[in-house]
Design a protein around this ligand. Structure first.
Ligand code: FE
Ligand code: FE
Ligand code: ZN
Length: 277
């Protein structure tokens, strides 16, 4: 069974997202914990969260993915930005206790000039301050394209963050196909080698989710511009291999392609048809 969903808007609440997912043939979804460009979280409604959990059980959902805001940057050189990162991260984790079936994904951060090594240390500090063995939610570091001063653009950088983290069993990786391709990994023509590298440097057991996006740009471009599945430089044949690969096929896949609901529905249909049961 292919576990697949897409990014949905949280504006009408949890149960609404669950129903929307079901209506487009998805069995999971992703949502922003708060406005992606910053700001405060709205209060999470615990009855609404319970209703979603019931729907997830009835519809055999895979784990859902809560995405931190893009403005969450634990390795900024601006102290106020780091303060916001800590506040948002800890608040989000507290709120997520309402939905134990959710994982929490965040962009490791941009070092804004201090250098990758310092960035890695600051990201690990955030994890070690708020993710302990008692933390309920699994936290995922997303693979990044490497635009600007982004940290997490190589498997080595992600492995360094993980190696400094204390509650290792609570921390995993979300692989974004567009980001990894833009970062220079040839998922299109050499998937096997990319996954071997991932396994050697990070360990495939750390991989917990996949963001499924085509890319508007060529390999190594470090641009991070998502394209619809099959309409970008990665291409549909590569996606057929990705969703069926033994190391990936049981993970939850999340579309973050430039689509409204009908477009997502079509992509989910296309990918389900390509999945070998
Ligand atoms: Fe992301
Ligand atoms: Fe992503
Ligand atoms: Zn992206």
């Amino acid at each position: 069974m292919l576990h697949i969903g897409c990014h949905l808007s949280f504006s009408k609440g949890f149960l609404h997202m669950g129903k929307e997912a079901v209506s487009i043939g998805a069995d999971t979804f992703q949502f922003f914990t708060r406005n992606p460009r910053g700001g405060n979280a709205k209060t999470w409604n615990s009855d609404d969260a319970l209703a979603l959990r019931e729907l997830m059980r009835n519809e055999n959902f895979a784990p859902v993915l809560a995405h931190a805001p893009y403005t969450l940057n634990p390795c900024s050189q601006t102290p106020e930005t780091v303060d916001f990162a800590k506040r948002a991260f800890s608040e989000d984790l507290r709120n997520l206790e309402l939905i134990p079936e959710a994982m929490y994904n965040f962009h490791p951060g941009s070092h804004t000039g201090a250098g990758t090594e310092r960035g890695i240390a600051m990201i690990a500090d955030l994890l070690n301050e708020f993710v302990t063995t008692g933390t309920k939610t699994t936290v995922l570091l997303e693979t990044m394209a490497g635009k600007g001063s982004e940290v997490g653009k190589s498997f080595e950088e992600l492995a360094s963050i993980l190696s400094l983290a204390q509650a290792k069993e609570k921390i995993g990786i979300c692989l974004d196909t567009c980001h990894v391709y833009d970062g220079g990994y040839d998922l299109r023509d050499n998937l096997e080698m990319v996954l071997e590298q991932f396994d050697r440097i990070i360990g495939l057991s750390k991989l917990r989710a996949v963001h499924l996006n085509d890319s508007k740009n060529p390999i190594g471009s470090r641009k991070d511009r998502h394209e619809k599945i099959g309409e970008g430089s990665i291409g549909i044949e590569a996606f057929a291999k990705i969703i069926n690969h033994p190391a990936l096929r049981n993970l939850p896949f999340f579309l973050e392609t430039p689509n409204e609901l009908p477009g997502y529905q079509k992509e989910i249909e296309t990918l389900r048809a390509l999945y070998r049961e």
